[in-house]
Each structure stands twice: as C-alpha cells, then as structure tokens.
Design a protein around this ligand. Structure first.
Ligand code: ZN
Length: 345
C-alpha cells in the first residue's frame, strides 16, 4: 500500500507539472483529491488494515495529500498569473497605432457666402441687424407700403399662422423694425436671414431660402450712392473687372426701383450658358426707399432719404460655385458640403 501511495503521488505531481492551464489543473484536482479520487479510496480502505498499521498509513496518506495539494496550489498560482498577463496583453492599447480619423466639419456654402457679403458691408460701416422669422403682417407688408389688398402681396405667396402673423416672406420687415428703433437717426444696416414662401420646390425654387437686404437712411442719400455701393459689391464678389448695369424695375417699397446685372464672369460678356447668351447676369433688386416707407418708419421724406437692396445668397452661391440645383443647399448631404472644404483654406 505504501508503494501504491508513492506511485500515486509521483503520478499526480507529474500531471500537475505538465498542466498548462487553470482548467486542466482543476481537472487534476478533481481526479486525485476529489471525493471519488484514489486518495479517498485509500482512506476508505484503511478499515481493512490491522489496527497497529492504521496510524502510520493514515499519516502517510495525509502526507501525500498535503504534498499534492501544496504543489497544485503553487502551480495554480503561476497559471493564474499567466492567464492574467495574457489577458492584459490581449487588451493592451498600442498608442503608436494610427487612430480612427474624426471627420472635421466645414462651413456650409451658404454660410460662407453670407459671411463674405457681411464682411464686405461691415467694412463699409454697416451694422448687421436681425429680426424674427415669425412676423407680424404689419412689419412684413403694411410698414413696407403694402397695405391689405395691395396687388403686390400676391407676388409673395405667404404661410399665414393667424390672420395677422405669418412666416416672413422677405427680410424687409427687419428694415421696418430698425427704422422704428433708430427713431429718426441715420443708419446703415444689412439683414441676413431665412425667409419663407409657398412655392413648389424644384431646381430653382425652395419654400425656404435666405435673403440679405441692405438699407441706408440719412440726409442726402442719392441714387449715385446706391450705384457706387453696388458697383463695389459686384467687383468684390465677382472680380474687379465686372461691370454693372441697372435696369428699371418695380418693388412696392422703393421708388425708383432697379434690377442690377453684372457682366458675365464666365464669358466676359460675349454670351454663354451661364448668362444665357446675353452677356449679363441678374444679381439683385434695389431702389430708393419709398417716401411712404420712410414716413411709416418715423422719418420725414423731405429731410431724409435712403436706398435699399436685396439679394438671394443661394443664387449668388449657385453662380459662384456652379451649383445647378437649389435643393442641394437644404438636403444636408455631407458629400455636397464637403466639396467646399478645400476652398475653406
Ligand atoms: Zn456668359
């Protein structure tokens, strides 16, 4: 029996030494030290031994069990540590590897155009003024010489919210509000913002679009001041070699009213697809502020005068960047917007 025990001990120790994982070592523990293992069997068999041999054999079995347990625990500690370091190694972060690139945003082409226009006028001494997009009928129409029933109201199909409140159809109500706030003092403002009209969206129409309007009010403001301002603006936005021309037009809030064209920046005036063969491109509407508008804004038209102009940044961006569909501005396709990344500089 003693020999049997020693053999068992060597076998168990050999198995423990060659175990290469916590799991296989646990199997060895169950196999040799478990309740159905050979050591338990030997202990059970001791009852058959002569009484004088029992203490000696008991001590021997305990010694073998103690030794096997000790070696197994030591090996277990080593294997567990190895398992932890393997796990750490697998989870290690190599900070020298290239990271996942985070996409940087860039300005929307409309924002770029609006800021470019603002910068030009700020450099000419204008203030930037803003107003509500949900506007009173009074500021959107009446204060701009468009009383109820005026036929020109039909030119601007409107989204009414109540009888007297609507989504503004142009940025001109900011002009009316500014005149009221300035209380008769001269001023120069530019008003950029979103406007809304009932239109079916297509390549050149959008129910929501942006406008920038300008208004100058003071003593001795003349048509030649308007022309000079627009000429500088056209050269700044479309190149120093641009010419402008003013054609008579009609707006209810200006008198006289004009449309401004620039000489085509693509063909230089010879005629091409951009200018539709005319050599000229329509850019904006303008005029001298109507006496009624000055009066309603609290200004005496016999003492003060002014000019106003309004343009669509979408149209200017489409011309400058060769964009063929106004809907591109509002569908938020990053592939469209990202094209302007390089130009950002
Ligand atoms: Zn042309």
């Amino acid at each position: 029996m003693e020999q049997q025990l020693n053999q068992l001990k060597e076998e168990a120790l050999g198995a423990i030494r060659s175990a290469d994982s916590v799991r296989s070592l646990n199997d060895i523990r169950v196999k040799y030290l478990g309740k159905k293992g050979p050591i338990t069997d030997l202990l059970k068999g001791m009852g058959k031994l002569p009484a004088e041999e029992r203490p000696k054999m008991g001590a021997l079995v305990n010694e073998v069990r103690g030794k096997v347990t000790e070696v197994l625990e030591a090996r277990m500690a080593v294997l567990e540590e190895e398992a932890v370091s393997r796990k750490l190694e697998a989870e290690a972060i190599d900070v020298t590897l290239p990271g996942t690139p985070a996409g940087t945003g860039n300005h929307h082409p409309l924002t770029r155009i609006v800021e470019e226009i603002e910068d030009f006028f700020i450099s000419m001494g204008y203030e930037v003024a803003e107003g509500p997009e949900v506007e009173k009928d009074y500021y959107n129409f009446e204060a701009l010489n468009l009383p109820k029933g005026h036929p020109a109201r039909d030119m601007q199909d409107s989204f009414y919210i109540t009888e007297d409140v609507l989504l503004r159809t142009h940025t001109s109500p900011v002009q009316a509000r500014t005149m009221e706030a300035k209380e008769g003092q001269p001023f120069r403002i530019i008003c950029p913002g979103k406007v809304y009209r009932r239109d079916n969206d297509d390549a050149t129409h959008s129910h929501q679009f942006t406008q920038i309007e300008g208004l100058v009010v003071g003593e001795n403001i003349r048509m030649s001041d308007l022309k000079g301002t627009l000429d500088r603006f056209a050269k700044k936005m479309f190149g120093e070699e641009r010419e402008i021309r003013l054609r008579p037009s009609y707006f209810p809030f200006t008198e006289p009213s004009v449309e401004m064209d620039i000489s085509c920046f693509k063909c230089g005036g010879e005629g091409c697809n951009v200018c539709k063969g005319t050599g000229w491109i329509e850019i904006l509407g303008a005029g001298m502020v109507h006496p009624n508008v000055l009066r309603m804004g609290g200004y005496d038209p016999d003492v003060m005068s002014g000019f106003a102009f309004g343009m669509g940044p979408e149209r200017i961006a489409m011309l400058k960047y060769g964009i063929d569909d106004i809907r591109h501005f509002y569908t938020d396709d990053v592939r469209f917007i990202a094209q302007f990344h390089r130009a950002e500089g």
